[in-house]
Design a protein around this ligand. Structure first.
Ligand SMILES: [Zn+2]
Length: 139
């Protein structure tokens, strides 16, 4: 694949919820959206997966297909993204694109940045959202 095609796509980049959760729980430390964009913009390809499409690909002009299940159509929806912040969980309503088959969510770069701001605001106690329940650990 021509890597300049990847760079060109950065303007319309989407992050799957799976990728967002992996970034959030990376063992070496949380990975931020700006770090991902920097690497995509300056890095080089080290391995090709010719059968995989790099983002919700368009089967027809207006239909985006899910990269996770490769079956479902991806449509705009309001969902609650679940952020892990230490042992706490934040449910944050956001606009996303969601697969009608498997439910995988796709976030724009703007939404990813918004979720990072919510995380930072929560950590600094700029926002103090209400608790909606408890978490219990069964041992
Ligand atoms: Zn899907």
């Amino acid at each position: 694949m021509d890597y300049s095609e990847i760079r060109h796509c950065l303007t319309e980049c989407r992050f799957t919820d799976h990728a967002r959760r992996e970034m959030e729980t990376e063992l070496l430390g949380r990975i931020g959206v700006e770090e991902v964009l920097y690497v995509l913009n300056t890095g080089e390809s080290i391995e090709e997966y010719p059968d995989d499409k790099p983002y919700p690909f368009q089967k027809e002009e207006s239909i985006m297909q899910c990269v996770i299940c490769k079956q479902g159509e991806v449509k705009p929806a309001t969902i609650e993204a679940e952020l892990k912040v230490g042992r706490d969980r934040l449910l944050v309503p956001v606009q996303a694109e969601v697969c009608v088959e498997c439910g995988e969510a796709y976030y724009s770069t703007e939404t990813m940045r918004y979720l990072e701001r919510v995380r930072e605001d929560f950590l600094r106690r700029v926002i103090t959202p209400s608790s909606i329940g408890n978490v219990y650990q069964v041992v």
